[in-house]
Design a protein around this ligand. Structure first.
Ligand code: PBG
Length: 331
């Protein structure tokens, strides 16, 4: 034994890294197509899909191209599809959100007709895509977001989306009491099987930037009176307790990579499934960095998605879902 080598009987963690087969057998975390939820945008009145400049590769779909994208996602084996709708007309109360002929409600009917029960079809339940001021709720006479008046709107939107066939409602508005209000309205209308996925810890993040282009956002100002302060971890667990007490079936932490500590805290505490959302700014960073040749796109994307699972996410909403599922199927 030379002076520089480890003693006989030494612990050598590298043994389990020596070959691809050994690494595969000993890896703790697996990423599979069904862990991924595709996020799709549909815009009313489009004649052709529109590419988003801030999210290369992501588009605002027509109803027809949406159905094609949904079919491709199902073919790739994704766990689910989350739909966001962009109307042509906005007003103060976001009337298009609960209009049965509003774009999102039409879209979910079309997608459900096409894919049936081959995957789980979900809808974003919020007002910001539909209001003329771009806030996630209705405003009071001072221009502040009126929590309890907003709950009435969410309750009505929930019933409209359930009636249109949505399997899971994604409550992304961060109003207090939203899960309870929506559960009660769904149950009263007979939709006891409609699943509530609550955005439990949703932070007021600068990384939502590109999404605002994706949904033609009308917002000026910010959402800091309803979304959480990025400085705070503890209140995520408070929000978790409240959402569970109100009947959330699934809880969500958002954004993703900058908030993996929060994801881990919530995953350790939650008795229900925990999802996370790789949001638009995270997507844009990966896309622009790989386009500039700074990182290798495919391994970087797959590593980023694996990180969510390692931190405790049961599923990940991501603009890469179909693409990543196709890559995983090739391996
Ligand atoms: C609000 C909502 C937002 C996102 C999803 N739902 C924007 C916001 O809170 O400002 C952002 C998603 C993303 O950035 O990819 N209904």
């Amino acid at each position: 034994m030379s002076d520089r080598s480890l003693p006989i009987g030494a612990v050598r963690p590298r043994r389990l890294r020596q070959s691809a087969a050994m690494r595969r057998l000993t890896s703790e975390t697996k990423l599979q197509p069904e862990d991924l939820i595709e996020v799709l945008f549909v815009k009313e009145g489009l004649e052709a899909p529109v590419e988003l400049t801030s999210m290369p590769g992501v588009r605002q779909h027509t109803l027809d191209s949406l159905v094609e994208a949904a079919e491709r996602a199902v073919e790739a084996g994704v766990g689910g599809i989350m739909l966001f709708g962009i109307p042509l007309e906005y007003d103060e109360r976001g009337s298009q959100a609960d209009d049965p002929n509003g774009i999102l409600n039409v879209a979910v009917r079309r997608v459900k007709d096409a894919v049936g029960d081959r995957t789980v079809v979900m809808t974003d339940l919020c007002l910001d895509e539909f209001t003329s001021h771009g806030h996630c709720g209705v405003l009071d006479e001072h221009g502040d977001v009126d929590n309890d008046a907003t709950l009435e709107r969410y309750a009505s939107i929930a019933v409209a989306q359930a009636r249109a066939g949505s399997d899971v409602l994604g409550l992304s508005g961060m109003m207090d009491g939203q899960v309870g209000a929506v559960r009660e309205a769904l149950d009263e209308a007979g939709f006891t099987n409609t699943v509530i996925m609550a955005y439990t810890a949703k932070y007021a993040s600068a990384f939502y930037g590109p999404f605002r282009e994706a949904v033609d956002s009308q917002l000026s100002g910010d959402r800091r009176t309803y979304q959480q302060d990025p400085a705070n971890a503890r209140e995520a667990l408070h929000e978790l307790q409240l959402d569970l007490a109100e009947g959330a079936d699934i809880v969500m932490v958002k954004p993703g990579l900058p908030y993996l500590d929060i994801l881990k805290d919530v995953a350790e505490a939650s008795p229900v499934p925990v999802w996370s959302y790789q949001i638009s700014g995270e997507y844009a960073m990966l896309e622009f960095a790989s386009a500039a040749g700074a990182i290798d796109r495919k391994p970087a994307v797959l590593e980023s998605l694996l990180a969510f699972k390692r931190a405790g996410a049961d599923a990940v909403m991501t603009y890469y879902a179909t693409q990543a599922a196709e890559w995983l199927n090739e391996q």
